[in-house]
Design a protein around this ligand. Structure first.
Ligand code: IPM
Ligand code: MG
Length: 359
């Protein structure tokens, strides 16, 4: 029997709770589809700082590199917020993305039919089908550029630098174009080319590549306009291609269109295809340990893993179907509405696993 080795980084806050439920779903589809899964847990973020003094121990990188794929919960919390930048839990997350060369972050934002009423946008704005894929560059730009502090004429100052090279832009743009070809054939490249030189190079590079993709309808948008268009007319978008920082911001915004940030999954991919999968939400320290978090984003991240890294599209569909089904019956508090069964995080995971087993 085919056995996949999955590195598991539960992380902090609600991370362990939601990852446990995602593992239940993965075990259920494995059984159903006739493959096996072996888990190898490792530390990342605040829990790693507490145990080893650093947010990303070498052992964690080694375990992820040795695995077929990596599942991540979330990192961070108030306890570690006062540590210097290089020792924060978030540095561990950026470090693992970089160490594994995960330059492409796919963040799908779509409406789950039973959750339509949960969207904060008016029904007439989200009446069409809504299925946006944000393709965010993940290992470059201002997140990884030179930064520092200095003193100018006795005044404290700090700076961060946004820099992109042509090969960095090309490899992420290729992911965007290829995805557009498999979807609605529309690619919107989002930048701030009216101000930033790095954006102008981004735009030039994307424009040159468009010749290789004559079927893709390419458009450009400034990031401020895109932020507005996402709430004015979100169904105009198919694939949004953008930089690390703009993608960070726009993907949170796009996620909210779907009703809850607790629903959205993400995939981070590099050259090797093994990838790292995580919900786009954070560690939610305010509800950690209370068994009330929504595990569906993490469960859907496992669906993405099966599709993009493990070559098990059927198992991936089974998870997505089970999630769509469970939403018609049960809800965690973040998406609860009258008439549904209100469930805990672990009950939600059990229900999804049961639906998969009974499929
Ligand atoms: C995300 C998060 C991270 C990011 C933080 C926690 C470093 O917001 O994955 O979107 O900014 O990339
Ligand atoms: Mg973010």
């Amino acid at each position: 029997m085919k056995t996949y080795k999955i590195a598991v980084l539960k992380g902090d806050g609600i991370g362990p709770e939601i990852v446990n439920e995602a593992m239940k779903a993965l075990d259920a589809v494995a059984e159903k589809c006739g493959f096996a899964v072996e888990y190898d847990e490792a530390l990342l973020g605040g829990c790693a700082i507490d145990a080893t003094g650093v947010p990303l121990p070498d052992e964690t990188v080694a375990k992820c590199k040795a695995a077929d794929s990596t599942l991540l919960g979330a990192v961070g919390g108030a306890k570690w917020d006062t540590l210097p930048g290089h020792l924060r839990p978030e540095k561990g997350l950026l470090g693992i993305r970089s160490a594994l060369g995960l330059f492409a972050n796919l963040r799908p934002a779509r409406i789950f039919e039973p959750l339509r009423e949960a969207s904060p946008l008016r029904a007439d704005i989200i009446n069409g089908s809504l299925d946006i894929m944000v393709v965010r560059e993940l290992t470059g730009g201002i997140y990884f550029g030179e930064r520092g502090r200095l003193e100018e004429n006795g005044v404290q100052a700090a700076y961060d630098t946004e820099k992109y090279s042509v090969p960095e832009i090309e490899r992420i743009a290729r992911i965007g174009f290829d995805l557009a070809m498999k979807r609605g054939k529309k690619l919107c490249s989002v930048d701030k080319a009216n101000v930033l030189e790095s954006s102008r190079l981004w735009r030039e590079t994307v424009t040159k590549m468009a010749a290789e993709y004559p079927e893709v309808e390419l458009s450009y948008m400034y990031v401020d306009n895109c932020a507005m268009q996402l709430v004015r007319n979100p169904s105009q978008f198919d694939v949004i291609l953008t930089s690390n920082i703009f993608g960070d911001i726009l993907s949170d915004e796009a996620s909210m269109i779907s009703g809850s940030i607790g629903m959205l999954a993400s995939a981070s991919l590099g050259e090797t295809g093994s990838g790292l999968y995580e919900p786009i939400h954070g560690s939610a320290p305010d509800i950690a340990g209370q068994n009330m978090a929504n595990p569906l984003a993490t469960i859907l991240s496992v669906a993405m893993m099966l599709k993009y890294s493990l070559g098990q599209p059927q198992a991936s569909d089974m998870i997505e179907t089970a999630v769509a089904q469970v939403l018609t019956q049960a809800r965690t508090p973040d998406i609860y509405v009258e008439g549904m069964r209100k469930v805990t995080c672990s009950e939600m995971g059990d229900l999804v696993a049961e639906l998969i087993r009974n499929a």
